[in-house]
Structures are given as C-alpha cells and as structure tokens.
Design a protein around this ligand. Structure first.
Ligand SMILES: C[S@@+](CC[C@H](N)C(=O)[O-])C[C@H]1O[C@@H](n2cnc3c(N)ncnc32)[C@H](O)[C@@H]1O
Length: 269
C-alpha cells in the first residue's frame, strides 16, 4: 500500500453537474488528466479530484473523512481575518511597502496566492508565478473570481494581480522592485500540525518540486530588483547560506531581506 505522504497522487477531473462537462473536458485536456463522468462513484485508483463546478475549481482528496475541498477564495473569512489581524505588517515591511508608491512585486512561488493577495491588498502590483499546473489552475480560477466579484474591495485587489503558470525564471528579465520567495511548505512534524489544506498541497507537490530553492534564490539575486525577500521557517538556514541584509522575525517564520539597492522612486505613480 502506498504511503499518502510519499507518492505523487493520481488525479482526475470531475464535473459536478452535466453543465460543467465541457469545462471539465477542456481542463482535462490542458492538464492531461482523465475526466470522469458526473455520476462517478469512488474508484480506488484515484487519490484526488479536481472538481469543476459553478462556484469554481476545487481540489478534493478521495478518502473517508477527507477534509473539505481546497479552493482559492480570496474573499473568504480567513483572508478577511488575516487582513484585520495585522499579521500582514511584517510581510509588507519586508517587501518594502511604504518605500515607494505602487510597489511592484514578483511573487516567484505564488502557491495559492495568499501572500500575493495580502501584498496586493497593501497596494502592491503583484505578478505571480506558479509552476505546478494544478496549483496554477486553482490560483488562476480564484483570481478570476476575485476580479469578477461584486465586492469592490475584492475586485480592485484582484485587478492588481496577474498570474503566470510556469517557472518564475521564465519571467526574466524582471522589472519589479522586489522579488518575493516562499519556496517550501514547512515540513510535517509531530509538534507542528500542518493545516489540512497545506497537507493536501504537500501531498499534491510530492515528486514535482525539486529541492531547487537555492537555485531560484540565485536567479532572483541576479535579476535587477531592488530587494529579494525570502520567507523561511524561524530556525531554518538562509537560502544558499547567504547572509541577509536584515531579518524580520515573527512567531514561527521570518523574512530574510536582501537589499540590492535603493528603491527607484523616479517612476512612482
Ligand atoms: C510554500 S508554497 C507558496 C505559498 C504562497 N506563499 C501562499 O501564500 O499561498 C510554494 C509554491 O512555490 C511553487 N514553486 C516552487 N518553485 C517555483 C518556481 N521556480 N517557479 C514557480 N513556482 C515555484 C511551488 O509549486 C509551490 O506551489
């Protein structure tokens, strides 16, 4: 029997209703995944479903007592809570919010776009790159819904974000002020329980994410951005062993800030 945490999962696309079938078919072709029928019943070979429905695309583990489907929902209570809770202050300070207007950030490891959304909410223009095709699909779907939201706050924050499916290094040459990296989900440990959605993503990314965070960091440092910022677990070594200019420390994570030059304020809008 395969251990859920060690082996890349088998995925399939599932249209929730008959009217979702065309979109599901298209998604299956794009991602080279099998497309199930709406009246699908659980199949032992499928570990995860990419569910296509009227309310968006979500990822669901196939198992008894599996957690709720994972979806990118920038208007969720969790995102609004994070905004009110003030936890975003460190991230904003790390990337340079307030140092110049309309700060341009490349989030080279966008994942589910949570940090990017926080930065866009703080007024940054954010270009996101996500190389895992399924994660990139969830991200693009969430961004589309945010941009089309009736809520003017949500749609205006979404309008400051763009998403690229693919390796961030394809964005070279980067013209942003700051390149932001959050390359690794924290390792599962006995003491640090990983939230259900992060655990699902960790499982999804098994086998697809090489341990190339140092190389991504070296790439970022070679680009023309004024700053490179790396999110790290509090006690982890800096990426590539490179000493940062300074660190901002939270309860469980820290931001390593590499100042390359002063922010260019000449092009502020
Ligand atoms: C820890 S997650 C980022 C979480 C994100 N900060 C958030 O707030 O949702 C790291 C993500 O970076 C992606 N990634 C890693 N290296 C990448 C690269 N070179 N280019 C694009 N995406 C990359 C992985 O596929 C993964 O989804």
């Amino acid at each position: 029997m395969k251990s859920a945490s060690m082996v890349a999962p088998n995925l399939a696309v599932w249209p929730r209703t008959n009217s979702d079938q065309v979109r599901a078919q298209r998604l299956g072709e794009t991602l080279a995944l099998p497309v199930l029928r709406t009246e699908y019943t659980v199949d032992a070979d499928i570990d995860m479903l990419l569910i296509v429905g009227e309310a968006g695309i979500s990822l669901q583990r196939v198992a008894k007592a599996a957690p709720l489907p994972l979806k990118v929902d920038f208007g969720s209570g969790g995102m609004r809570h994070r905004r009110r809770g003030g936890q975003n202050e460190l991230l904003g300070r790390a990337v340079g919010v307030g140092k110049r207007e309309n700060l341009r950030v490349v989030d080279a490891t966008a994942g589910l776009g949570r940090d990017s959304f926080v930065l866009a909410d703080l007024g940054c223009t954010v270009v996101m790159a996500e190389r895992h095709p399924v994660v990139a699909t969830l991200l693009a779907d969430g961004l589309d819904r945010a941009r089309q939201a009736i809520d003017p706050w949500l749609s205006s924050v979404g309008a400051r974000m763009t998403a690229h499916a693919g390796d961030a290094r394809l964005l070279s040459p980067v013209t942003a002020d700051t390149i932001y990296l959050d390359p690794m989900f924290p390792k599962r440990g006995k003491s640090a329980a990983v939230k259900a959605d992060l655990a699902l993503l960790q499982q999804l990314l098994v086998g697809s994410n090489g341990d190339d965070a140092d190389a991504l960091f070296e790439w970022a440092m070679d680009e023309a951005a004024a700053r490179v910022v790396v999110k790290r677990p509090l006690r982890a070594q800096p990426l590539a062993g490179a000493a940062p200019s300074h660190q901002l420390r939270g309860k469980s994570i820290r931001f390593d800030v590499y100042v390359r030059r002063a922010f260019d304020t000449a092009h502020s809008v």
